[in-house]
Design a protein around this ligand. Sequence first.
Ligand code: NAD
Ligand code: G3P
Length: 332
Amino acid sequence: MSKAAVLGAGSWGTAFAKVLADAGTDVTLWARRSEIAEAVVTRHENPDYLPGIVLPPTLSATDDHEEALAGADIVVLAVPSQSLRGNLERWAGAIGPDATLLSLAKGIESVTLLRMSEVVSQVASVDPSRVAVLSGPNLAREIALGQPAATVVACADEARALAVQKACATSYFRPYTNTDVIGCEIGGACKNVIALACGMASGIGLGENTIASLITRGLAEIIRLGVALGGNAATLAGLAGVGDLVATCTSPLSRNRSFGERLGLGGSLESAQAATNGQIAEGVKSCTSVRALAAANGVEMPLTDAVHRVCHEGMSVHDAVGMLLGRRIKPE
Ligand SMILES: NC(=O)c1ccc[n+]([C@@H]2O[C@H](COP(=O)([O-])OP(=O)(O)OC[C@H]3O[C@@H](n4cnc5c(N)ncnc54)[C@H](O)[C@@H]3O)[C@@H](O)[C@H]2O)c1
Ligand SMILES: O=P(O)(O)OC[C@H](O)CO
């Protein structure tokens, strides 16, 4: 049986730890704050991130990362993208020599423009074949409620992907394997940016035709970037691409979509941030890094560019819509 450590007790870290426990995997959740670890152990609840969800009594938790990592052959990294490097620097020395490192984060690192698996491999000094990613339409609260969903576990080393797949397969959570780490990570990072755009459109009162157009053209620019970086277009037509894009762009549970909606309703970046209750809408930072990554690879991403301008250059949502519709008309 696998032993897993889940590092990060936010909404997805906690929900995924529940999935692992429900799959029969021996799992310990690491929380930054001792009161969260204590609530998970004594009350079987994470009151800050998944209030009202009953966690399995078999799920243990600690605020000591060395305790969580002892003997773990699957190390799940469940902190936001921009904090992964700093956290992993502290954890790396306690990770076992042959453990698989599984990233749940959906983002592109600011400044370095690295994908999360690249950050992991660099910071932990491990071969990229030891790094796996998990990505798909997986809104944490729905998964924690046991609502059926599928996902993708991608790793260059297929045997490791299979081991992770086995460790997290349950009656409600269906993981598929893939070796296309790049495609999965680009899908996960970029859909957050398109979800911000959909939220903005909804916030200014636009309807379903607009949302469908944003999702479809968003997918087109995501595929362009993924393929330019060496990913597979078929991956982006799957769960880690279209699947996650649709879930995030349409669900009121999505932090990114909700964040965009608040901006569309006229809120400032600061007020939208404050309304997330300490949770992270990854697309707000990733729109800038994805835009830079696209530019560095000669890929056009007009929607991502527009989201960046609204979030970071003071452009209004109405002006962004005008800018997008004023583009040269062309074949699909
Ligand atoms: N929530 C979801 O539905 C969901 C689903 C799939 C993937 N993801 C991805 O998983 C990753 C983690 O997301 P989450 O939803 O669990 O996050 P969250 O915002 O709910 O919680 C973040 C967790 O990371 C911890 N943390 C450690 N260092 C931190 C730092 N420097 N700054 C902020 N938080 C820090 C926090 O204490 C907290 O436990 C993100 O990349 C997200 O995109 C989230
Ligand atoms: O709440 P969001 O917008 O971070 O999205 C959550 C997940 O990534 C959906 O798969």
